[in-house]
Design a protein around this ligand. Structure first.
Ligand code: NDP
Length: 252
């Protein structure tokens, strides 16, 4: 008798996915989408907050196994410590969604050192600080998925986003390199490049300025990014790696 895919999924323990920056916005939508797909979840934010508490409560209502990690992704030592303790207690992750990020927009001529440094150390520095401590345990299992959240800005550049575009372009280079390093271990590494997605990150000014350039003439929904993340984490996406996939309403 052949086993259906549903049966085989039910037969194995739930796979665990760690999603950075999942207290709000796109990361939260990914957590809720993956909850529907039956994953165990490790959610994450800078510190416990109303947002993290409400997400944990929602996941509990859905009957999903979930826990939270809290650390600032720019704090290398703390990230390594928290992740190592979680791996020690629970074992390697099946999937990681590197999603935490910030923007501090403005023309370069007037950009403060802090706005440059904070964006680079969060959006790009987080790649090393979060992934380095968890790569080897994943590689030993010879299976898994990594998704990196870049941006259309990292592909095209955007006026007022030299810091953000630099970090997001850097993530694409880092992710493609890591994909090549991990392919033989059965781990895929892919990049999602969202356009303008309706979250707290988008200011009214940005919305009004960019909307005319979006062929679909609307912002994306966080759930529309989450759908792609869910697919990239699935078994069906096992031969997709080193890809950069826009979710941008046609901007690129
Ligand atoms: P939000 O501002 O809504 O959420 C950002 C998340 O990242 C929060 O959970 C926040 O946690 C976390 N975070 C930010 N900085 C840190 C840090 N230093 N340490 C730990 N956690 C941190 O953003 P979005 O959901 O809109 O964006 C998610 C990702 O998608 C980002 O990487 C962003 O660059 C990217 N993206 C977004 C686009 C958009 O239009 N919205 C377009 C293209 C890409 P906390 O609640 O603790 O602050």
């Amino acid at each position: 008798m052949t086993e259906s895919s549903t049966d085989s999924r039910a037969a194995r323990p739930a796979r665990t996915v760690f999603i950075t920056g999942s207290t709000r916005g796109i990361g939260r939508a990914i957590a809720l989408r993956l909850a529907e797909d039956g994953y165990s979840l490790v959610i994450h934010g800078r510190a416990p907050s109303e947002h993290s508490a409400s997400l944990l409560a929602e996941l509990a209502r859905m009957g999903v196994e979930a826990r939270a990690l809290y650390f600032d992704v720019t704090d290398r030592a703390r990230a390594a410590e928290v992740i190592a303790a979680d791996l020690e207690a629970h074992g390697a992750y099946w999937g990681v969604v590197l999603n935490a990020g910030i923007n501090r927009d403005g023309p370069l001529a007037g950009m403060s050192e802090a706005d440059w440094d904070d964006v680079l150390s969060t959006d790009l520095g987080g790649f090393y600080n979060v992934l380095k401590p968890l790569i080897l345990p994943m590689a030993r299992k010879r299976a898994g998925r990594i998704i990196v959240m870049s941006s259309v800005s990292g592909l095209t550049g955007t006026r007022g986003q030299t810091n953000y575009a630099a970090a997001k372009a850097g993530l694409i280079g880092a992710a493609k390199s890591l994909a090549a390093e991990l392919a033989s271990r059965g781990i895929t590494v892919n990049v999602i490049a969202p356009g303008l997605i309706d979250t707290e990150m988008v200011t009214d000014e940005n919305r009004d300025r960019i909307l005319p350039y979006i062929p679909m003439r609307r912002l994306g929904r966080p759930s529309e990014v989450a759908g792609l993340a869910a697919f990239l984490l699935s078994d069906e996406a096992g031969y997709i790696t080193r890809a950069v996939i826009p979710v941008s309403g046609g901007i690129i």
